[in-house]
Design a protein around this ligand. Structure first.
Ligand code: GDP
Ligand code: MG
Length: 149
């Protein structure tokens, strides 16, 4: 099973994106604990924001085939430490969320993801107008195809 670990700060849009991709009803509910669904491991944002929880993310990364690192396009600062991507021994892709919002700054978000050691190109997404959702769904299907053989 090609599982995916979702990481990102509180409110970055991890649960919304997961719900949209899993065709779940998108509703706002803060994640209280690791949510092991079939495909995604969805962690509370605190695990990225509070360094003493980093080990939980690192442990969870051993269970997945890739990591999706989210950054909210409206946030001018990042919780990712420099080169954070390098602590994981798994492929990691960058996803810029909330690009529909007026104050979204995609270039700034891209530079913050690069600072975290994540390589471009990044996916720009919105759950409001569904930008980037089809590309991510294709990636998800390809990953599952690969790991189910
Ligand atoms: N405008 C807009 N709001 C979003 C988007 N994605 C998530 N949100 C909102 O951002 C808030 C936090 O989302 P959530 O998925 O709970 O973030 P999480 O803490 O990373 O799981 C919620 O109010 C969502 O409705 C998006 O693409 N566009
Ligand atoms: Mg959540």
């Amino acid at each position: 099973m090609g599982k995916i670990l979702l990481i990102g700060g509180i409110g970055a849009g991890k649960t919304s994106l997961k719900q949209m991709l899993m065709n779940e009803h998108v509703s706002y509910r803060k994640t209280q604990m690791l949510d092991y669904s079939k495909v995604f491991i969805d962690c509370p944002g605190e695990y990225l924001e509070i360094p003493r929880f980093y080990h939980v993310l690192i442990d969870a990364s051993h269970l997945v085939s890739e990591i999706w690192a989210l950054h909210d396009a409206t946030k001018q600062r990042t919780f990712y430490p420099p080169k954070f991507a390098k602590v994981f021994n798994k492929p990691i892709i960058g996803i810029i969320t909330k690009v529909d919002l007026e104050n979204a700054n995609v270039e700034k978000a891209a530079s913050l993801l690069s600072y975290a050691g994540i390589e471009a190109p990044f996916y720009s997404t919105s759950i409001m107008d569904k930008e980037g959702i089809a590309s991510l769904r294709i990636r998800l299907e390809a990953l599952n195809e690969l790991h189910n053989h």
